[in-house]
Design a protein around this ligand. Structure first.
Ligand code: D5M
Ligand code: FE
Ligand code: ZN
Length: 467
């Protein structure tokens, strides 16, 4: 075991600051010799020790690299893949698939034993071991420790995180149904597990995003809400005029809530300027017809759209698409598109509401922090059964695997950008001003903005069309 303070102190003594990712990597490895190795390899005047300074850790991109020239290709979430609502038993497969995929990501970094090896035998009772499971319940004790029930295919185990230990703030952020690994020691009777360290599936420390050459720029937006009386017609038109003249922007991606919909919340009819769902979609189609035919447009649904609310949400059906030009591609929510080989994972972002309610310190004003929370958990909607409806499917379609170059969400109507271990996280704002409901909830949107990313540099830039 290496303690956080010990690692920081070793670098500090040598005159360097250290990146938190390096600290968590070293804690996981638990080998003090690695610190000496890093120190031996860096320059004396190196201010901050970064993951790139860890010897033997070569940058690696997750998943497949597209060597061909696919330009825009829907890799996941193409029309027809969401599947119908089937049987309740599929939830067993869903969670089993989640455990298998995310558990194996953790197992790559730490060997683990099945929970039944602790409950059924005394062999491991005095040793430090790792177990991996789904969090089926988590709460704080009267003394402020964190206690959770971890389940793997062989059994369940109560796990205690002591609030005096290293990394307790990570343990405070454990949410129900996420897959984690814990290293620690079982109690003498094997009835409680004392956790020392938490492992999340996470983005690999050495993750190196792919940056395509000569690919141009992509504009990321979300939540147009056509048909609502708070839809911002003028900023939207300014944006359309601007993108029509922006020759270096080759793609426009929209992460859902294309229209305001009908019957989405009580009393919505009083806030609609277009009270017909076909007309709402037609109006958007007509507007998109005015954009250059060379602009590749990708349209995903959100919770206001006409399709089933349970995720994965299917593609907007053909009967609503008669007014859309050929350069529009309709995808599911979530969907992964490859743009010149760079993978963009699009997700409407309904789970952000859930995560904000569960993660200490989370705020609507900083939605990209919740996107980091998704990336750490390698899951778009870790907690089941709150405000994000999830369909029972055999395979968990909300896993983040492989790691994308860009994660693009929306839903909360507030722009937010972050970079986490090489992944660019962009929560796009909306084209709707504050609604009566958001005012009540004290949610202050940042409407009328588009985020443009230069794929070759992976550099985002916010453009404001509000005034
Ligand atoms: O959601 C836009 C934002 O407003 C999102 O953060 C949820 C919040 N919102 C909007 N309506 C509701 C209701 N009825 N309950 C809870 N939270 C809500 P949008 O998907 O555009 O409506
Ligand atoms: Fe919305
Ligand atoms: Zn939404």
């Amino acid at each position: 075991m290496l303690a956080e303070q010990e690692i920081i102190a070793r670098f500090c003594e040598a005159g360097h600051l250290v990146d938190p990712t390096v600290v968590s990597y070293l804690r996981e490895r638990g080998d003090p010799a690695l610190i000496s190795g890093i120190l031996a390899g860096i320059r004396k005047d190196c201010a901050v020790v970064l993951p790139s300074h860890i010897p033997s850790l070569t940058p690696k991109r997750d998943g497949i690299r597209f060597t061909a020239d696919p330009l825009l290709e829907v890799v996941e979430g193409m029309e027809g893949s969401a599947g119908p609502v089937r049987q309740i038993e599929d939830y067993v497969s869903l969670f089993r698939n989640r455990y298998d995929c995310l558990g194996s990501l953790i197992r790559k970094r730490s060997g683990a034993i099945p929970i039944e090896a602790l409950t059924h035998s005394s062999r491991f009772r005095d040793s430090e071991v790792t177990i991996i499971g789904i969090v089926i319940d988590v709460k704080s004790t009267a003394k402020g420790h964190r206690i959770l029930e971890l389940e793997d295919p062989t059994g369940t185990m109560p796990v205690l995180f002591n609030n005096g230990r290293d990394g307790f703030s990570d343990a405070e952020r454990i949410v129900p149904d996420e897959v984690i690994g814990v290293r620690g020691k079982p109690s003498p009777e094997g009835k409680l597990f004392y956790a020392d360290q938490l492992f999340r599936p996470d983005v690999p420390v050495q993750h190196a995003p792919y940056t395509p050459k000569n690919s141009g720029k992509v504009a990321l937006i979300s939540d147009i809400h056509i048909g609502s009386d708070t839809f911002l017609q003028e900023p939207w038109e300014r944006f359309c005029d601007w993108i029509s003249g922006a020759d270096d922007i080759s793609y426009l991606l929209v992460a859902g809530d294309l229209v305001d919909g009908i019957g989405i919340y009580p009393g919505q009819e009083k806030e609609l300027t277009i009270p017909n769902i076909y007309e709402q979609y037609d109006r958007l189609g007509e507007m998109l017809q005015t954009l250059p035919s060379s602009l590749g447009i990708v349209l995903a649904p959100g919770n206001h759209d006409v399709v089933r609310g349970a995720e994965p949400q299917p593609v907007i059906p053909p009967e609503f698409r008669s007014q859309y030009p050929k350069n529009c591609t309709f995808v599911e929510n979530p969907a992964a598109v490859s743009i010149h080989g760079a993978r963009v994972l699009m997700y409407h972002g309904r789970s952000i509401d859930d995560l904000i309610g569960m993660i200490p310190g989370a705020r609507y004003e900083a939605p990209a922090e919740m996107m980091e929370a998704m990336l750490k958990r390698r899951h778009l909607a870790p907690t089941y059964g709150r405000r994000t409806p999830v369909l029972a499917t055999e395979k968990d379609r909300l896993l983040i695997d492989p790691v994308p170059e860009i994660l693009h969400t929306g839903h909360v109507h507030i722009t937010g950008i972050s970079r986490y271990r090489g992944v660019l996280a962009v929560n796009a704002g909306a084209w709707q001003s504050q609604t009566a409901f958001q005012k009540q909830m004290n949610i202050n949107p940042t409407p009328g903005q588009a985020v443009v990313v230069d794929l070759e540099q992976m550099e985002p830039q916010i453009y404001d069309f509000l005034s």
